[in-house]
Design a protein around this ligand. Sequence first.
Ligand code: ADP
Ligand code: MG
Length: 682
Amino acid sequence: MTKLADIKGITKPVLSGLHKLGIHDVQGLLLHMPLRYVDETHISEVRELRMGEQAQVEGEIIHLEVSYKPRKSLIARLSDGTGDIFLRFLNFYPSQIAALKEGTRVRALGEVRHGYFGYEMVHPQTRAVRETTAVKQTLTPVYPTTAGLSQPSIRKWVTWALNNGDVSETLPKETYAKQTPSFQASLQYLHNPPPEANLQAMENRSNLEWRRLAFDELISQQLSMRQHYAKRRELGAPVLKLSTNLIPQLLSTLPFGLTGAQQRVVKEISQDLSRPYPMQRLLQGDVGSGKTIVAMLAALQAIENGYQAAIMAPTEILAEQHYQKMLHWLAPLDIQVAWLSGSQGKKDRTASLAAIASGDARLAIGTHALFQAQVQFNQLGLVVVDEQHRFGVEQRLSLRQKGQSDEVSAPHQLMMSATPIPRTLSMSYFADLDVSVIDELPPGRTPIATKLVSDARRDEIVERVRAACSQGAQAYWVCPLIEESEVLQLQTALDTFEHLQQTFPDLRVGLVHGRMKSAEKQSVMAEFSAGDIQLLVATTVIEVGVDVPNASLMVIEHAERMGLSQLHQLRGRVGRGAAKSACILIYQTPLSETARARLKIIYESSDGFEIAQADLHLRGPGEFLGIRQSGTPMLKIADLERDADLLEQAQAVADELLKRHPVEAQKHLDRWLSRGDELVKV
Ligand code: ADP
Ligand code: MG
């Protein structure tokens, strides 16, 4: 394949610009798609311009000056005979002054706004024209670019690639609908739109040409996921036979019986564990559905077979809670458990590391600390990752490598998530995982009443907390998320704590936040669990997993700042016992459009799947993947909502390709992966 560096005319700066954009070969150029299009196909009269519209005008510059009001700018007044409009430039070069001198005939393209002097365009694209200069016939593509690489230059090289690159079809005729335009025709259309192309369809990517590329992209993702899946099956894993001893023993001492859904997923997992290749299973279940016991049982199957298990959680509070709970469950079984966290003392840590390395500890529970270099397992057979979306892909991979004694085997992996993953996501980004779902809550839960209360009615909330706590209930008071500053967030928590202590002199008020030492956190949580603290002021550190069944009231401040899944998680901290529970969302007015939409959804729905679907709609897939830490690339063209119908077809086509046209399948993958990215590895 032609390297970019070998193409005549590509200079060093152009080459380095292209590399920065992730373009490394001709295929990459071909698939470098426009971000949007501008319509230079007609010229508007100034008098018909409307505020906010993107428009092109043409006329004579009748005045040019450098003005210092309101700040230094170059201001050209353009008249087309029907009216005047100002073109304003904040940073400008001498060459621009020359190009806009009085008397020049200019075409300007930009957004129409109300300016200091009247209608204006700020930083419009301008060019000198003669009376005879023809108007463009087609939409002009605008590409993602980087400093030093101009639009015309990118356009030129994309066009070069269209003429010289490999645009042959990878999909065999019978695998795609006849009416679908070919790969080549689609690229041609999108890079060089014909006169009839509709701006709106081009921009919202709804025409057949965009859809064809989205389809191809989805197929490539499916192919890549299937390859991963197949590759993993070539690895070996310990065969963990069904437990006949430990699991029945534990179940006989539990104060509850498993729900039907729990039994089903336990069976699915246990079958996976008995196979000679590594399990990669995602366990989904709404908050409170009882995933922890399922993880415990999986760990016991590994332990009974002579292997170790590791359970990793994203926060210390949660990991600690698992540790306490599992210690308690395992007490009658005489199984040694090791605890590992970043903040534990040196002595404890050394002891834990030694127990894990010698194999005395059969189960290791902890935070990220579990996959640091010093941790050596004796014989790791199973890794459980709780709240998987909180971890980056890299982190999950590095824990898996812990159990890898050689290149050809890996431990079993169970990932758990309380944020349900919408169907379209699990069909795409999670397609290389097997999925189990706990779709049933343990019996006896009472629904949580959700209330939206404006900040102005704080007094009522205070009364409500007082009433609940005086009747023996416990409550959480969650402080607002302040994303910009951890210090500010801490300050807010401290202020709230102090204020609530004064407000409720008769109650024991506790405080837990992310900056506390882990021993302090543990002791506060323990007091809250034991009922010694009645009102717990907390930052969002309690978001995941915390389980105190007697707590039945949740107050969340500045709920408008929080994401949907986060609100759902927080709300899920109550409603765990038999008492009637409530969640009060305090919001500050005025509400933005999105905040209003979010609050409406959380108010109306308590179904995690529905909420997750809405979250996907509002925020895109990033939040679900933990990709912010890992830099996992996203689908660039396909949109899981808009192109949901294509997803199912893409699955079918990918299967078909692999089965019947492996050569084309590989070609298709190579083409799409050459964009300089790899698709998700889990
Ligand atoms: P999550 O799925 O959110 O991690 P947990 O595992 O923390 O949920 O379980 C929530 C609570 O429900 C815990 O107190 C747990 O002991 C309890 N629980 C789990 N399974 C059952 C069951 N089958 N019947 C009754 N209570 C259960
Ligand atoms: Mg949990």
